[in-house]
Design a protein around this ligand. Structure first.
Ligand SMILES: [Zn+2]
Length: 114
């Protein structure tokens, strides 16, 4: 079948338990990596695969902050700043779209009503 994947064509990576900081339920999930894909990076502490190195750096900084090196912490801070900037731009675009949509409805209502 096209577009469906079965359990047999994926590699299963079981993540070990977390450090006990309340994130065990999140970290105890199975991560399925399709056979056709190769993770761009893997966590050096729990071997969780990631599509990009930036996502891996964010994971290391969020989940293993106490154990990571200074270089990993600096990479995490850079990735965090990049992610924050991208989120801010997304929020600006969302507000602009909402304002434009409300003006469109207002003018449409005014034109149709009069
Ligand atoms: Zn990890």
């Amino acid at each position: 079948m096209i577009g469906t994947r079965t359990e047999t064509d994926r590699r299963r990576v079981r993540l070990p338990s977390s450090t006990g900081n309340g994130t065990d339920a999140v970290d105890a999930i199975d991560v399925l990596v399709p056979e056709a894909e190769t993770p761009a990076a893997s966590c050096p502490y729990c071997e969780r695969p990631f599509r990009t190195a930036q996502l891996c750096a964010l994971h290391v900084g969020e989940r293993h902050l106490g154990a990571c090196t200074d270089a990993e912490r600096e990479t995490y801070e850079d990735a965090y700043d990049t992610e924050s900037d991208a989120l801010f731009i997304f929020q600006l675009k969302s507000v602009a779209a909402l304002v434009a949509l409300s003006l469109l409805f207002t003018y449409t209502y005014a034109i149709v009503w009069t």
